[in-house]
Each structure stands twice: as C-alpha cells, then as structure tokens.
Design a protein around this ligand. Structure first.
Ligand code: AKG
Length: 196
C-alpha cells in the first residue's frame, strides 16, 4: 500500500473501532479500493447483486467485514448501494453471469439474476433496500450480504472507498467453494481476453 493518504485511511481509528467489533481485536486488511462510478454510458455501470465472498475465499467469514465509505453524496440517482437485509445468514450462494450484463468480470447471485434495475428498489421482486449516504458515512457489511448498485444517472462521478478487513487469524482458503471456483475461472478468462 504505497499511498500515504490511503494508508492512513485504512488505519483510521474510528473505522477500526467498528471493524474490531466484527473481526475481534487482532485485525488485518486484505483488499482496499477507491471506487469511481462515472456517469453511465449504455448501461455499463450496473453492479449486479452479489456476495463479496465469491471473490474473497477467506476462512472465518463471520469475522470478515467491509467498510464502504461515501466520499461525496451517494443517492438513488448516482447509483447508491442496494442491499438485501438479513441475506448474510444464508451462506455463500451460487453465482453466474447474467445474460444482460455489459461489464466483464461481474457476477450475480443466480436466484436474483433477473433483478437488474437496481435504481428502482420500489418495484423489485425482492426486499432491496437503498443505502443513500452523506460524505463520510460508512456502511459496514458481511462478505455474505447480497448487495449491488445501480446506474449513475447524473453528470458527476460517484466516489467511495471500500476497505475489507478480517481477523488476523483468517487464512486464504485453497479449497474453493464451487461458487468461488466459477468466479475465479471467469475472471481469469476475462483477463486473458483483455490481455490477448
Ligand atoms: O461501489 C459499488 O457500486 C459496488 C461495490 C461492490 O459491490 C463491491 O465492491 O463489492
């Protein structure tokens, strides 16, 4: 982690205070991203409903947590996160690539693959909750929580930082769940087709 500002963010005492409620006192971070969702072009900006654990095969999932922080207002119009409350209790679910997806590398939970208008939670056939946020607000969530985000229908980029934490004792699992195998295989294929 070369950037000092980003490094200081990941060690933010207020954030770590909450993170440790999930990970326990000894915590480590394993993936951190600045996310820029630009104004949408041709429906490419939708992030379908998925569970992060499909990409992160770590042990002690109950001690793993994401901290997603808004850097600017995050709203229905610019593609805020949407979540399915309570879904983290269901374990890791089968994922697939929806036929409508325009962004290589994105996967979705198969049983909700048809739910593709994430800006319109009011008409979704499942219990989708919109998470609108002010700058500095942070959502903490399990890697098993079903979540995604809709299109950015504004003229400005939607900006956020997400940091993923686990208990220090967590280890990378060598034996993938079939859902993780599927995602890994498809990500490798996408990377190959981009690199040639
Ligand atoms: O920031 C978003 O729009 C979605 C991010 C997300 O779902 C993820 O990083 O797993």
């Amino acid at each position: 982690m070369g950037d000092p500002l980003f490094h200081s963010w990941v060690r933010h005492p207020e954030m770590l205070k909450v993170v440790r409620c999930f990970s326990g006192p000894d915590t480590k971070t394993f993936a951190n991203m600045y996310i820029n969702k630009p104004p949408d072009v041709n429906g490419t900006g939708i992030h379908p409903i998925h569970q992060d654990m499909v990409y992160y095969p770590w042990s002690h999932v109950e001690r793993t947590v994401a901290a997603w922080t808004a850097l600017a207002p995050v709203t229905k119009d610019n593609g805020c996160l949407v979540v399915v409350p309570g879904s983290h209790k269901r374990g890791l679910l089968e994922h697939s690539i929806p036929d409508w997806i325009k962004n290589a590398g994105f996967h979705t939970v198969t049983e909700v693959a048809d739910v593709n208008d994430l800006n319109d939670v009011e008409h979704a056939r499942i219990n989708l909750v919109r998470v609108e946020m002010e700058p500095g607000d942070t959502l903490y969530f399990s890697p098993l929580l079903l979540h995604g985000s809709g299109l950015n229908n504004t003229d400005a980029s939607r900006k956020s930082i997400v940091c993923h934490f686990a208990a220090s004792k967590s280890t990378y699992l060598k034996d993938f769940d079939p859902a993780q195998d599927f995602a890994a295989l498809n990500l490798a294929k996408s990377a190959h087709s981009v690199r040639g």
